[in-house]
Design a protein around this ligand. Structure first.
Ligand code: UD1
Ligand code: UDP
Length: 361
């Protein structure tokens, strides 16, 4: 069968890597890159490091408001799908590229598989929550990373075509894990930090980056935390920090976004991780590095177990308290699967009927 995979933003390239590798063993894959993320270190580096085949089509649709971006992507993807005529479309996660891909496909009766289905933060002020809910409800197959996600989907009446596959981002980590130790040694040396003696930070959520007061509260926490902080800054954080005149203290090293291998190496060696990223929270858990999440909610509640992750919003005192908390409890069980999520997804895709979903609903 012929499947189109649609990606556009950094975390989706990571999710695509194991799925693309597994998919190509049985099916034809055509990759559409919407262009939502376009800098070399936000896009190309992931294709290189994870050996993802070059996208067949690049739509070049980065930047713009939500409506503009989603609308332009939907229009362009529809045109592509009409000419490619795939049996199905696979979308990943919760970005505007996810929603645009799913919407374009389903309206012209091409069934959609949603990888990373069923996640909920129950915070509808986040665009990702809207993208997830809508994508789940128009998908033919829902591949849930965890049992919690399956239950959440079921609570919304989503049962048919829903499976717990495990988490493809865990698969991705396993694809490169043996490269991390060497990477870490070289990288830490070049950054002049010792393993276990620094914190790693990432922020890109509008609630943190687009509000000057929030950014300043975060900068104050970074200043007072008492350890070096490596901060590979998302373009959004860098842009607003400059615009608002936020001054980072001397213990904070602002860096360009790093590649996937460097990021995992830093996550593994960090004493603490400070983030508002969905993927980084989960990677922190999988790397057994205690995490402080600068949000009031999470779509990955499993990470909160045993104290591995703590939600603090962007409040300076809460961030500092969470950084200083006692060591989390060892977790013997991994809620994110067995590292073979992509294979499970592809085995399930082997039973794919083009008309099933449209005739039943
Ligand atoms: C997007 C996703 C978010 C995801 C994040 C991952 C949506 C609504 N948001 O947020 O769910 O967690 O990606 O990183 O889909 N920019 C660059 N270079 C790039 C990419 C972006 O300079 O390569 C700048 C542009 O000014 C752009 C801004 O960053 O306008 C924001 O990019 P956008 O894709 O709209 O949202 P993100 O904050 O990256
Ligand atoms: N990541 C990376 N380099 C960075 C920051 C993040 O490789 O400088 C990776 C990270 O390891 C994870 C993914 O990007 O695999 C998470 O993406 P992001 O935080 O942008 O989005 P989210 O997961 O919040 O949607």
């Amino acid at each position: 069968m012929r499947f189109v995979t649609i990606v556009g933003a950094r975390p989706q390239f990571v999710k695509l890597a194991p799925v693309s590798a597994a998919l190509r063993a049985y099916h034809q894959e055509i990759i559409i890159h919407t262009g939502q993320h376009y800098d070399v270190n936000m896009s190309d580096v992931f294709f290189q490091e994870l050996r993802i085949p070059k996208p067949d089509f690049h739509l070049g649709l980065g930047a713009g408001s939500h409506g503009e971006m989603t609308g332009k992507m939907t229009e362009a993807i529809e045109k592509m799908l009409i000419s490619i005529k795939p049996d199905g479309v696979i979308v990943f996660g919760d970005t505007n590229s996810t929603l645009a891909g799913a919407l374009a496909a389903v309206k012209i009766h091409i069934p959609v598989a949603h990888v990373e289905a069923g996640l909920r933060s129950y915070n509808k002020s986040m665009p990702e929550e809207i993208n997830r809910i809508l994508t789940d409800h128009i998908s033919y197959r829902l591949y849930c990373p965890t049992e919690t996600a399956r239950k959440q989907a079921a609570a919304e009446g989503l049962v048919d075509g829903v499976e717990v596959s495990g988490d493809v981002m865990y698969d991705a980590i396993l694809m490169v894990r043996n490269k991390l130790a060497e990477r870490s040694r070289d990288l830490l040396q070049s950054l002049h930090v010792n393993s276990g003696e620094f914190a790693l930070a990432t922020i890109h959520r509008p609630v943190n980056t687009d509000d000057p007061a929030a950014l300043k509260r975060i900068a104050a926490a970074f200043e007072q935390c008492g350890m070096p902080i490596l901060f590979p800054a998302h373009p959004r954080a860098r842009k607003f920090a400059a615009e608002y005149g936020v001054v980072w203290s001397r213990n904070v090293t602002i860096m360009d976004p790093v590649g996937y291998l460097d990021m995992l190496a830093l996550e593994q060696s960090a004493h603490r991780i400070l983030t508002d990223s969905g993927g980084v929270q989960k990677e922190a858990f999988l790397m057994q590095t205690p995490c402080v999440t600068l949000r009031e909610d999470t779509e990955w509640p499993e990470t909160l177990e045993g104290g591995w992750n703590v939600l603090t919003g962007n409040d300076t005192a809460r961030i500092l308290a969470a950084l200083g908390r006692s060591e989390p409890v060892y977790m013997s069980k991994n809620p994110f699967g067995d590292g073979h999520a992509a294979e499970k997804i592809v085995k399930s895709l082997n039973f794919w009927s083009k008309s099933d979903w449209f005739s039943h609903k």
